[in-house]
Design a protein around this ligand. Structure first.
Ligand SMILES: O=C(O)CCC(=O)C(=O)O
Ligand SMILES: [Fe+2]
Length: 346
């Protein structure tokens, strides 16, 4: 058995809602930054309480519907929870992402935003199934390509924990990169299921036995370089883990009878077109009854809209005609198109 005491990674307590130089360096060099105190506690609590009000209690029959990733589309951005929407675009988070990627806010796009309840419930999930994940990098289900070389990252992945690991367990494991010659991070990164001709397998037990049988060199690589070096992020309520599409990591089992709630986010560079929005697309929710997206678009700031790809004032899309058309579409929700019109006047 692993000695977890030696393996804990503690969140760094921020004093001023901003990542410091050490966290930027940690993300750029080691592949992660793990912090507390970035997001106001009141916002975390509001989001948690909206999530708890929606998701079934652990060990009830309703929980069976949430035995895999995500919220079943219920909390894909923008959701009916204004707290969860605010969390997605919390200014502290955006400033952090912009600093990590070295890009201005205008050049960032949101490509994933969902809430994920993970139940510790032996009756709906097998321990060795998806809850105890194989070590992996996330890039295969985000990009058509391969992440660029290490020093040129194009996306930030984020887990915001709305629960506490003392209660729920399920602390995420990751392998900190140790410099450019780290054998765990030889580039390109292929040594996992779900890339090249290998099928996607989520569970650790199944993935490692498949690899041992068919790709023994990969299984040996993983056994030697990844699992022994994993560190476990001891999250608290409100902790934020920033990681990357090329960071080795994995999910671990949640305690029986509990439900861990996290928000999963990805922001990418605007011009990385090969990095997909993970969900059906931001417009898909407008094919529904609630006009949540329409309302959000109308009330959002110019910068917030741009994070979904809505063109900024001055973009070549805008003419007096298109401004009027878009105003017509969202006018019922009081959109203010004056910034777009003023840019034309200028
Ligand atoms: O749930 C976690 O702690 C990590 C999940 C994860 O890495 C994934 O599903 O890709
Ligand atoms: Fe992952």
């Amino acid at each position: 058995m692993l000695d977890t005491n030696k393996l804990w990674l503690e969140p760094l307590q921020l004093s001023d809602n901003r990542l410091g130089a050490d966290q930027l360096v940690s993300w750029r060099q080691q592949g992660y930054a793990f912090v507390d105190g970035l997001i106001p506690t009141s916002l975390i609590e509001r989001a948690e309480s909206d999530a708890l009000a929606f998701f079934p209690k652990p060990q009830t029959s309703g929980a069976k519907h949430f035995n895999t990733f995500g919220s079943g589309q219920n909390f894909v951005f923008p959701s009916s929870s204004s707290a969860v929407n605010e969390l997605t675009m919390a200014p502290e988070l955006l400033i952090a992402v912009s600093a990590l990627l070295g890009e201005s806010l205008a050049d960032l796009r949101l490509s994933q935003s969902d809430l994920w309840p993970k139940y510790g419930d032996g009756s709906i999930t097998k321990r060795e199934d998806w809850t105890e994940q194989r070590m992996h990098c996330d890039y295969p289900n985000h990009t058509l390509l391969h992440p660029p070389q290490w020093d040129n990252p194009e996306a930030v992945e984020i887990i915001i924990y709305l629960s506490d690991s003392e209660e729920c367990g399920g602390a995420t494991a990751l392998v900190p990169r140790e410099g450019p010659n780290d054998p765990a991070y030889t580039w390109p990164i292929f040594n996992m299921p779900g890339v090249q001709d290998r099928p996607y397998i989520n569970s650790r037990v199944e993935a490692e036995s498949y690899l041992a049988e068919y790709y023994p060199n990969i299984a040996d690589f993983r056994a030697a370089n990844l699992y022994p070096r994993e560190r476990v992020a001891r999250y608290r309520r409100g902790s934020v883990l920033f990681y990357r599409h090329d960071t080795w990591h994995r999910g671990r089992p949640v305690n029986d009878g509990t439900c861990r709630i996290v928000q999963n986010l990805t922001f990418k560079k605007a011009d990385s077109e090969w990095l997909n929005v993970l969900h059906p697309g931001w417009c898909w929710s407008m094919y529904g009854k609630h006009q949540t997206m329409e309302r959000w678009i109308a009330q959002a700031s110019v910068e917030q809209r741009a994070l979904l790809g809505f063109p900024k004032p001055g973009h070549s899309y805008w003419s007096f005609e298109t401004v009027a058309a878009v105003e017509g579409r969202y006018g019922a929700f009081d959109i203010d198109m004056s910034p777009y019109r003023q840019a034309l006047d200028a």
